[in-house]
Design a protein around this ligand. Structure first.
Ligand SMILES: [Fe+2]
Length: 376
């Protein structure tokens, strides 16, 4: 048995309620264990903790513009990985036309987040039409392919040697955020059965330990006439997510957790009203993410007024330094001019450090580290 050393204290001039009623003219910084779940301290600083005049070294925050990644490919396994570790791989895939082969990931479950376009998913479990804003969980071992009218871009988040789960909803119950009944699954329908008449030889590109093997059949292997069980591809769209919020308390990002994998979580930011209590913080709080590396992919909208951050970009904050709102957002710390946020973003927080790949570094916007300077 182990427990953290309990030291609930209030020192000096301090608020007793996190994220609320800060001493006049101060900036709150949270330092915590276990992400936002463990013991935490809240400091009231005279200066914003992101007010650095210079920041060098590998810990610097990075921004990658995935729109600038090189040409499209019909194989998800050829899509460039931008961030990786032993438990997670994040790829960005632009599919210009129908896939020529079936794909099968033997390394782990894949979570596909559709950033742009539409596609027809045909897989072991049947047929599903997918659109921008969809999350699709592809359990490890699923054979699948996509047909697209020509525009399709997606983030592929691999839970290497692990699978995806839903988070415990705790006090708010299973039906909160999204009801499990909202999860769509593929159908063995007329479209699926019709594609079975395509009886030419098909290959399956199987990825295992990062290497691709190709298994060729003299027939179409998506030939199941039915299936039963309690495992399937599932889909939920960001429009189906009903976020938790409190008018009197800025909830931590963990309140927006959508999926759990073995060593990382995926959270979704969707539009929600700003807090209205005069003393409640109305922007994300400064915090040290010492336990996690933090990745945000910007899908749509205006993400807390971050200049130069556009849809299709991804930011990476390695665990170990304090980050928080940009100066422009900070001017609205307690008074927002709009009634609600209007951003859609996918956050991936990993318990283990991520590496930026060469392909990721090639599309970096290097001035990101300076974007917290006043006037930027
Ligand atoms: Fe953070």
């Amino acid at each position: 048995m182990k427990s953290y050393i309990p030291v609930p204290r209030v020192e000096g001039t301090a608020s007793r309620q996190a994220h609320c009623d800060l001493p006049e003219g101060t900036y709150e910084r949270e330092m915590s264990k276990e992400g936002f779940f463990g013991p935490a301290a809240f400091f009231h600083h005279r200066h914003p903790p992101t007010g650095w005049s210079d920041f060098t070294g590998p810990l610097r925050p990075r921004a990658l513009d995935l729109n600038r990644l090189p040409s499209a490919t019909t194989s998800p396994w050829a899509a460039p990985a931008v961030l990786t570790n032993a438990h997670c791989a994040i790829r960005y895939w632009r599919l210009p036309q129908n896939m020529e082969h079936l794909a099968r990931n033997a390394d782990g479950d894949d979570l596909m987040f559709v950033h742009a376009g539409t596609a027809r998913l045909l897989c072991d479990f049947g047929h599903l039409e997918i659109v921008a804003g969809d999350y699709i969980v592809l359990p490890r071992g699923t054979m699948w392919r996509l047909e697209t009218p020509g525009v399709f871009e997606a983030l592929l988040i691999e839970a290497t040697n692990a699978g995806y789960h839903l988070p415990e909803k705790g006090l708010v119950g299973h039906q909160a955020i999204f009801d499990p009944a909202m999860l769509d699954t593929p159908k063995v329908d007329a479209v699926f059965l019709a594609q079975q008449s395509d009886t030419r030889s098909w290959s399956v590109e199987v990825k295992k330990r990062g290497a691709v093997s190709r298994i060729t059949y003299p027939f179409n292997p998506l030939d199941a006439v039915g299936w039963h069980g309690d495992l399937s591809v599932v889909r939920i769209n960001v429009q189906d997510i009903r976020p938790l919020m409190s008018h009197r308390y800025h909830l931590p990002p963990s309140a927006h957790t959508t999926f759990l994998a073995g060593r990382f979580v995926v959270c979704t930011f969707v539009p929600r009203p700003f807090e209205t209590d005069p003393g409640a913080l109305k922007v994300p709080f400064f915090h040290n993410n010492d336990d996690y590396d933090e990745v945000i992919f910007y899908h749509a909208g205006d993400f807390f007024s971050r200049d130069n951050i556009h849809p299709g970009m991804l930011t990476f904050h390695p665990g170990g330094f304090t980050h928080g709102p940009h100066p422009k957002a900070l001017t609205r710390m307690f008074t927002q001019t709009k009634p609600a946020t209007d951003e859609y973003a996918v956050m991936i927080d990993t318990r283990d450090p991520l590496d930026v790949t060469e392909q990721g570094a090639a599309v970096e916007w290097p001035e990101y580290v300076d974007s917290w300077k006043p006037g930027k």
